[in-house]
Write a protein that binds this ligand. Structure first.
Ligand code: ADP
Ligand code: ZN
Length: 735
């Protein structure tokens, strides 16, 4: 440490360190008088990057704890949590100095793309178009508006070079423009006075506001049915925290899917609000971070990674839709933001509120055991009660009036009635594309991805078969790639096909679709806006349609294949099905007119489907809880997944065996405190050309399971050749 930095290097500060003729950014973790034993080289700190540590003390301590909990290297945790450095910052840094305070990033140019179909048609284009070029044109055409380049990248690989080819042919124009300050929510919002609270809301608000004033405010489950007004409770509690000069943080599943919620926050708190989302440019993210860090803003709203926002003097941390799977980070630093919210709030002496209509089993069991306070909003805040749900037994729907096996008589009639009444309907089908399989009727083989062990999904408008795991795409072949017969058939139903089918059958109804193929980022908001304005009669979509949308005109909801998600090889399949169905049902009848819901299913007796249809959380919880307890699955046991992959199958299998053997040699295994399940091939045995094996560590108590996981992590760190392995604490994905 150079003299001039004495006293200025605090934990959580970023410094520049020379490393092999480059400067790298590093985090200060703690000070030492001398190098620890075994360390042979010491680097001299070249300068301090910011005057104030980028992480306030509270946040830094929390991140250290998170790294320990997830057995993940602290450096990677800190890097995942910190905002990116300004470009060129390390270069501009003078020895011993630091970046000028408030130095901001240069404005980031963002490319927008517009199709020029009006002036030229595809057939006039010189030369033939490639698959990816055609795919991009289809996206642009479906959108009918200009699309930021970043969004096109989600659809087509190497989008920029593909676009350059199209621009040369005169089919598109590319324009570089500065980003808006906030591309999502930059519009001004009128302030709204708060409504009078319903009794249950008033009770919950009272309890939470009182807790806020206490030394250890604790954590609460806010269990409120869909439309019960949970958001209003969050608003009140957050207002109270701000009143007490404390900071507040709200985590939501996916910010692009919740423009309405952000709108309501802005209507209440004005612009004193940092909205953190992935569509923000570096500069905006950096700006929001710094304003929070300096205490200019005290309230932040964002998805999973907003957990790490440097909210000053944190007073309340709210996790909305706490059951949602998106709170689990599945790459790099794997963490569960909802669990970490409880950690962070407790450390900071802040109140934690977990809200949901369908709490995760983990959260509800915690509340049941009294480790979380339990507040409930059992009724809707609006005019209509929860909508009645009819279960349509698809085993008895062989001959449907529509002629399609998955549009039953009752659903067909309900859509007709809904349209006649000039209401709106949402149809939920959790499968994008035209058809999930293309199979040869002669040899029986389905067309598979060349690098993953899954079948390709047909996307008919783009004219391709696509892998939903690695994004590989190929034109739809004319003949079976296995036997050469001219006998390929599209099997099953996806949202693209359903959209077309409904548009044809119910013309001139306005049919739209909401899934990742047509809507990413900002255009999600556009579709939802059209739905709210009544410009869409029938909205077809994947689980994107189940989220918190509050559209009074929607009176009908249909789950086209309600049992679909039950087929997953995952102990949480029933829970996820129950949540999806309850949430989608909750979209109906939120306005003045009553709602109606239909679940089409081949498993009408299944507990998850019956409980969702009866809006009976307790019934589902009780049946599911017993099963989990009997089998020792979470929340009644702790689990760590170890996943191994390698380009060579034998290598992957061997590595997994070797890592599992580490655990089998431990005392915690011999004593029966830790079980090893596997290793076995993963349900998706090959992904992007790599073979995948995994095993699970399971036990009643956390400590021995973590001990075993630590031993595995240490073995991985010691080197496992050209295989890769990750340790996933409290895993969610079983694929
Ligand atoms: P949830 O988040 O529980 O699904 P919301 O917070 O979206 O429910 O509330 C559902 C609807 O009820 C919203 O349109 C909201 O404006 C309205 N609402 C909430 N609380 C009240 C209240 N106390 N009085 C009148 N309307 C309310
Ligand atoms: Zn693939």
């Amino acid at each position: 440490m150079p003299e001039e930095l004495a006293g200025r290097l605090r934990p959580g500060a970023r410094v520049a360190v020379p490393f092999h003729r480059r400067k790298l950014a590093a985090f200060v973790v703690r000070g030492r008088e001398a190098a620890p034993e075994g360390v042979t080289r010491v680097f001299r700190v070249a300068g301090l990057l910011e005057e104030e540590p980028i992480f306030p003390a509270e946040l830094f301590a929390f991140l250290e704890e998170a790294a320990r909990y997830y057995l993940h290297p602290l450096g990677e945790v800190l890097r995942a949590a910190a905002p990116a450095l300004p470009t060129g910052a390390l270069r501009r840094l003078k020895a011993g100095g630091f970046l000028a305070t408030g130095e901001t990033l240069p404005g980031r140019k963002v490319a927008h793309v517009k199709a020029l179909f009006a002036t030229r048609t595809e057939s006039e284009a010189p030369g033939r178009l490639g698959t990816r070029q055609r795919a991009l044109l289809t996206v642009l055409e479906e959108r009918g508006e200009e699309v930021p380049l970043a969004e096109l990248r989600a659809h087509v690989r190497e989008a920029r070079s593909v676009l350059r080819g199209l621009a040369d042919k005169g089919l598109v124009v590319l324009e570089e423009r500065e980003t808006l300050a906030d591309p999502f929510f930059g519009k001004p919002v009128a302030r709204e006075p708060p409504p009078k609270l319903r009794p249950a809301q008033a009770h919950a608000t009272g309890v939470l506001c009182r807790a806020l004033g206490e030394e250890t405010p604790g954590a609460f489950l806010l269990h409120g049915v869909t439309g019960s007004g949970k958001t209003e409770v969050y608003l009140r509690v957050i207002a109270e925290a701000l009143e007490r000069e404390r900071g507040a943080l709200l985590l939501v599943p996916e910010i692009a899917l919740t423009p309405q919620l952000v709108h309501r926050f802005r209507a209440r708190f004005g612009d004193a609000l940092a909205v953190l989302h992935s569509a923000l440019g570096e500069r905006e993210r950096d700006d929001a971070w710094r304003r929070l860090r300096r205490g200019e803003l005290k309230l932040a709203v964002g998805a999973r990674s907003a957990l790490f926002a440097p909210v000053p003097e944190l007073g309340v941390l709210v996790v909305d839709e706490e059951h949602d799977g998106s709170f689990k980070q599945e790459e790099g630093f794997r963490y569960q933001a909802r669990d970490m919210a409880l950690f962070r709030a407790q450390r900071a002496g802040a109140l934690c509120v977990l809200g949901s209509a369908t709490p995760s089993l983990e959260t509800f069991e915690r509340a049941r055991q009294g480790r979380l306070g339990h507040l409930s909003l059992p009724e809707r805040a609006t005019a209509q009660a929860l909508p009645p749900v009819e279960i349509v037994d698809m085993r008895r729907q062989r001959r449907t009036p529509s002629g399609h096996a998955l549009l039953s008589g009752p659903l067909d009639g309900a859509i007709r009635n809904c349209l006649d009444a000039e209401d709106q309907a949402i149809l939920f089908l959790n499968r994008r594309g035209f058809a999930p399989n293309v199979r040869c009727t002669s040899c029986g083989e389905a067309v598979e991805c060349p690098t993953c062990s899954v079948t390709l999904t047909e996307h008919r408008r783009q004219g391709v078969l696509r892998c939903h795991y690695c994004d590989y795409a190929q034109p739809r072949p004319d003949r079976c790639p296995s036997c050469g017969a001219d006998a390929l058939e599209s099997l099953g139903l996806g949202t693209e096909q359903l959209e077309g089918m409904l548009a044809e059958r119910f013309a001139p109804a306005r049919v739209a679709r909401l899934d990742r193929d047509v809507a990413t980022g900002r255009s999600v908001e556009a579709v939802l806006e059209r739905l709210r304005r009544g410009e869409i009669d029938l909205l077809v979509g994947t689980q994107m349609v189940t989220k918190g949308h509050d559209v009074p005109g929607v009176t009908l909801v249909g789950a086209v294949l309600a049992d679909q998600s039950l087929a997953f090889p995952d102990f949480r399949a029933a829970e996820r099905t129950f949540q999806l169905l309850s949430q989608v049902a909750g979209r109906a009848g939120r306005g003045e007119r009553p709602g109606r819901v239909l679940f089409q299913t081949f498993l009408p007796e299944h507990a998850a489907i019956r409980a969702a249809a009866a809006h009976d959380y307790e019934a589902f919880f009780t049946s599911e809880r017993d099963e989990r307890e009997a089998l020792g699955y979470p929340p009644f046991g702790r689990m760590v997944a170890v996943r191994v992959d390698a380009a060579d199958e034998a290598r992957a299998r061997h590595t997994a065996d070797e890592l599992a053997r580490v655990v089998r040699g431990l005392a915690v295994h011999r004593s029966g405190d830790v079980m090893v399940l596997g290793p076995a091939a993963a349900p998706i045995a090959r992904l992007r050309g790599r073979y995948r094996f995994r095993f699970l560590l399971r036990g009643r108590q956390l400590r021995p399971v973590r001990h075993a996981a630590q031993a595995v992590a240490a073995r991985i760190d010691a080197g496992i050749g050209n295989a890769r392995a990750v340790v996933d604490v409290d895993p969610v994905s079983m694929l």
